[in-house]
Design a protein around this ligand. Structure first.
Ligand SMILES: Nc1nc2c(ncn2[C@@H]2O[C@H](COP(=O)(O)OP(=O)(O)OP(=O)(O)O)[C@@H](O)[C@H]2O)c(=O)[nH]1
Ligand SMILES: [Mg+2]
Ligand SMILES: [Zn+2]
Length: 335
């Protein structure tokens, strides 16, 4: 007899999907039709399955691509105050990424036992509390702050995001004793984590559901335009919105509203903005160049039977094209 069941994907390992139904885990494969449709299943997806084959992915309430997870209710960005050193730019990357996906976000600063540097604590609160984030300091090792952390996590499906080695899996071990997730020391040489967690996986107990994820080292803003990027910085956008220059980059223009108020923006945040701005500008250049290239190659194929343009002429038209793109970008024109 075929019984259709609905469950949630707790873990994905090569071609196997581990689906939780009624607190039992079923190992499933993907039905051929879904494979053909190139459907990508994410950890956290609700699915229908029968006889060990997933037949349908149910609609998602939301999803992230880095890490690849679906149907979450909040993101906790985990940083370490030491080992590895707290990297504010990396923290801002995760914050912008979460904001881009419009998902409630909280900040956890772990390894509190290694440093009680007042300067760091002060910077964290003065920069991130006004932005509306709940902030918690923890030590997974000494179980400091973990009871308060549990409260933040109760009745939520939380994805832990953060660099390798900051202690995401260790925190889950502290919250769910007996789980014994694999953890690994931060390299003495590079001061970085060793990418110990390889897959996204959901852990659940007492109304707390956490998704452990691998740390990412190359989260880049190479998929959004500068204009979108600005909207991800509330503290900068509040001035950018009133900037009198329509095509302003808000990084160097005389008379720019953001620069006029730069003393009210935390220097570390402005620095992050400038770095990500460069990345999003490169993306904009790339899409402009590719769309123009496509357009011109279409024109060429349509005119195949017409006389060939001389090499010299083609070179000059390419130069014109490049110039045109650079002009457009410099004018900050949005597609
Ligand atoms: N002193 C101290 N060390 C910690 C704490 N939390 C984690 N660690 C150590 O930091 C190292 C990295 O911890 P993991 O839990 O593996 O880090 P992770 O974020 O899961 O790393 P990836 O799985 O690689 O993304 C381990 O050696 C842990 O024992 C803490 O609160 N204090
Ligand atoms: Mg881990
Ligand atoms: Zn401006």
């Amino acid at each position: 007899m075929i019984i259709l069941m609905k469950g949630q994907v707790f873990k994905i390992h090569s071609d196997f999907y581990y689906v939780n139904f009624d607190n039992k885990i079923y190992e499933c494969k993907l039905r051929e039709i879904l494979k053909k449709q190139k459907s990508k299943i994410l950890t956290g997806d609700f699915v229908e399955f029968e006889n060990g084959a997933i037949t349908k992915i149910l609609p998602r309430s939301n999803f992230l691509t880095r890490p690849s997870v679906a149907n979450i209710t909040q993101i906790v960005i985990v940083s370490a105050v030491k080992e590895p050193d707290l990297d504010f730019e990396q923290l801002d990357r995760y914050i912008c990424f979460a904001k881009y996906h419009n998902i409630k976000t909280k900040l956890c600063f772990n390894k509190n036992d290694l440093s009680q540097d007042d300067k760091i604590i002060e910077q964290v609160f003065s920069v991130y509390e006004p932005l509306g984030f709940d902030i918690i300091f923890t030590s997974a090792l000494e179980k400091i702050g973990t009871e308060d952390f549990k409260e933040i996590l109760t009745n939520e499906t939380t994805v832990f995001c953060g660099n390798s080695g900051v202690g995401k899996s260790s925190l889950i071990n502290a919250i769910f004793p007996n789980l014994n997730l694999k953890t690994n020391e931060v390299s003495e040489k590079t001061h970085r984590g060793t990418h110990t967690t390889r897959h996204c996986e959901i852990f659940e107990k007492d109304n707390i559901r956490i998704i452990d994820t691998p740390g990412f080292s190359n989260l880049k803003f190479d998929f959004i335009t500068p204009q979108t990027l600005t909207t991800l910085f509330d503290d900068i956008n509040k001035y950018a919105k009133h900037c009198k220059f329509a095509d302003c980059t808000h990084t160097k223009e005389n008379g720019c509203e953001v620069l006029n108020n730069s003393d009210k923006i935390a220097p570390s945040r402005f620095q992050s903005y400038k770095s990500f701005f460069k990345e999003s500008q490169e993306f904009k250049e790339k899409i402009k160049f590719e769309s123009k290239k496509k357009e011109s190659s279409q024109k060429i194929s349509q005119n195949k039977n017409l006389a060939k343009i001389s090499i010299q002429k083609r070179q000059s038209s390419r130069n014109n094209l490049r110039q045109q793109i650079y002009n457009e970008i410099n004018n900050g024109e949005e597609e």
